[in-house]
Design a protein around this ligand. Structure first.
Ligand SMILES: Nc1ncnc2c1ncn2[C@@H]1O[C@H](COP(=O)(O)OP(=O)(O)OP(=O)(O)O)[C@@H](O)[C@H]1O
Ligand SMILES: [Mg+2]
Length: 264
């Protein structure tokens, strides 16, 4: 096929996508987020039946946009789209390099962002399989992840940072049990854990944003774990006294906690 023909075919496909992923035109951020490659990615995910309707922005962040979508049964989903152009891809390298799951990734901007997204999906899978309360991963491709929507109806659950907890001790205990499972069973350190990446649903924590997460063998894993725990300790001291060492020892005492074996 000639280049011209290929291009016009691509244009037709993009038009089809704009129609196919219903609601996309209404989204203000459309032009900024949905470059052609992202449109094609969404098109493929819609074609495979993962998403039917894309209809609201949950959050526009520095590097990603999270949308509310629905599948063909009308079940809500969260679609996280990582922007390529504004990503701090140099900073990402520190969290990819040294993780044995991701060797030989392409070191250009796009290659790093795609690896970053694949890492978030793999981390979500591992965490979910090991019983950590995270959004259930559904599918990913390139810079797009589809996962369970955390919220009720179409309203997303709030971030911990915006919630006054009525039972902070219980919440903290549950949160630490989840972080311990993440560490001992899923073999992961979150590496960006704070009140910003914990949602509160039905008074319980849901851990999100696992893109930074590394396996325990990663050269910076212990540095990241210290930072994660320090963030939690700092935050919960507004409610009651918390001892860093006690929390650290609890999370890292993994006796008898066998995890699901490595997938990829
Ligand atoms: N599965 C989900 N269900 C409901 N809301 C979600 C979900 N995932 C993310 N969100 C919302 O979107 C926000 C951003 O998501 P996330 O933390 O994963 O991205 P981010 O990488 O921190 O974005 P950025 O760094 O670009 O600001 C979250 O704070 C949360 O409010
Ligand atoms: Mg976040």
């Amino acid at each position: 096929m000639s280049i011209d023909k290929k291009l016009s075919q691509l244009e037709r496909e993009l038009d089809a996508l704009r129609r196919k992923v219903k609601g996309i035109e209404d989204l203000k951020v459309a032009s900024e987020v949905f470059d052609k490659a992202t449109l094609l990615t969404l098109y493929e995910l819609a074609n495979k039946g993962y998403i039917d309707l894309l209809y609201g922005v949950i959050k526009t962040g520095k590097e990603s946009n999270v949308f509310l979508a629905k599948d063909s049964d009308g079940k809500p989903l969260a679609v996280k789209i990582h922007r390529i152009a504004t990503s701090d891809f140099r900073a990402m390298t520190k969290y990819i390099e040294g993780d044995p799951r991701f060797t030989g990734f392409r070191r250009n901007r796009r290659g790093i962002v795609y690896t970053w997204v694949r890492k978030e999906f793999k981390n979500l899978e591992r965490a979910y399989l090991n019983g950590v309360r995270v959004p259930k991963p559904v599918a990913f491709k390139n810079n797009v992840i589809i996962m369970e929507f955390i919220g009720s109806d179409s309203t997303p659950s709030p971030m911990l940072k915006n919630v006054g907890l009525s039972q902070p001790e219980e919440f903290f205990r549950d949160l630490l049990a989840n972080v311990k499972k993440l560490y001992c069973r899923a073999n992961l350190v979150h590496a960006d854990l704070s009140e910003y990446n914990i949602l509160v649903k039905d008074d319980l924590p849901v851990i999100i944003d696992l893109s930074s997460g590394v396996v325990r063998e990663h050269p910076y894993a212990s540095e990241f774990l210290h930072r994660d725990i320090a963030n939690l300790v700092r935050y919960f001291r507004r409610y009651f006294p918390v001892d860093y060492d006690e929390v650290y020892n609890y999370i890292t005492s993994c006796g008898g906690e066998g995890g699901v074996p490595e997938d990829s």
